[in-house]
Design a protein around this ligand. Structure first.
Ligand SMILES: *[C@@H]1O[C@H](CO)[C@@H](O)[C@H](O)[C@H]1NC(C)=O
Ligand SMILES: *[C@@H]1O[C@H](CO)[C@@H](O)[C@H](O)[C@H]1NC(C)=O
Length: 220
């Protein structure tokens, strides 16, 4: 095949996929923003041709005044908004949970998302933990026994895009919380990375073992 025919077939595929996307039936989704249970601006609908999303973000802190639950629903125009769930517990008992999912169908995001109950069962991983809402470092850390599915040690930097307040923390998190660069609570930019510790090397090597075996089989 010459280049022009390859390009021609690529173009055909491209045009066909656009047609396929455009011919998807459009429907409406529930659109709402609720802060601590108060839905601001009531509930409306929006038209979509991709999908509806629901999202819940929950911050639990030692003081009830700084706790925050943000629930959002609306029309998702691209894949990125769909299917992300993670949780992290930083020093000073700051716990953040995030869940977003998409669905297709007329007002399919009507139901509220719920978060699974928190597990208090220690899982054997221990991470250095700290929390600092003034600068982006911690001078000291204290060991934190991780619970439930939070089996990775994490480091989080955040910046409030409106007030420029920075925060830095370390603690335990779920695998999905590693390597995020995103906005939470609409205007807080977070950047995360997982720290390897000697707490759980067994987990890592167990996960890569099948890959190594497979590679050996292929190479031999
Ligand atoms: C969903 O949650 C909001 C506030 O958190 C509440 O006002 C609303 O009634 C709930 N909707 C359903 C279907 O439970
Ligand atoms: C910053 O952290 C301190 C101590 O943990 C807390 O008392 C204070 O309320 C926090 N401030 C903000 C803005 O979160």
């Amino acid at each position: 095949m010459g280049w022009s025919s390859i390009l021609k077939s690529l173009l055909t595929v491209f045009v066909l996929s656009i047609l396929a996307v455009c011919s998807v039936e459009s429907y409406t989704c529930i659109q709402a923003t609720c802060e601590n249970g108060n839905c601001l601006g009531g509930t409306r609908t929006c038209p979509t041709s991709y999908s509806c999303f629901s999202q819940i973000q929950k911050l639990e802190t030692p003081s009830p005044d700084t706790n925050l639950v943000l629930e959002q629903k609306g029309c998702a125009s691209y894949q990125n908004l769909c299917a992300l769930e993670f949780s992290a517990t930083l020093g000073n008992r700051q716990k953040f949970r995030y869940k977003t999912q998409c669905c297709t169908g007329e007002q399919c995001n009507k139901e509220n998302l719920t978060l699974p109950p928190l597990s208090s069962e220690v899982n054997g991983v221990e991470c250095p933990a700290c929390y600092n809402n003034k600068t982006n470092t911690c001078s000291t850390t204290t060991p934190l026994k991780c619970t439930g599915a939070e089996k990775r040690c994490i480091e989080v930097t955040s910046r409030d895009l409106s007030s420029n307040i920075v925060m830095y923390g370390k603690g335990c998190a779920t695998e999905n919380a590693c390597a995020l660069y995103m906005t939470v609570f609409n205007n807080i930019q977070i950047k995360t990375s997982c720290i390897s510790t000697n707490g759980s090397p067994a987990l890592k090597s167990a996960a890569s073992l099948p890959v190594i075996l497979l590679l050996q089989k292929i190479l031999l």
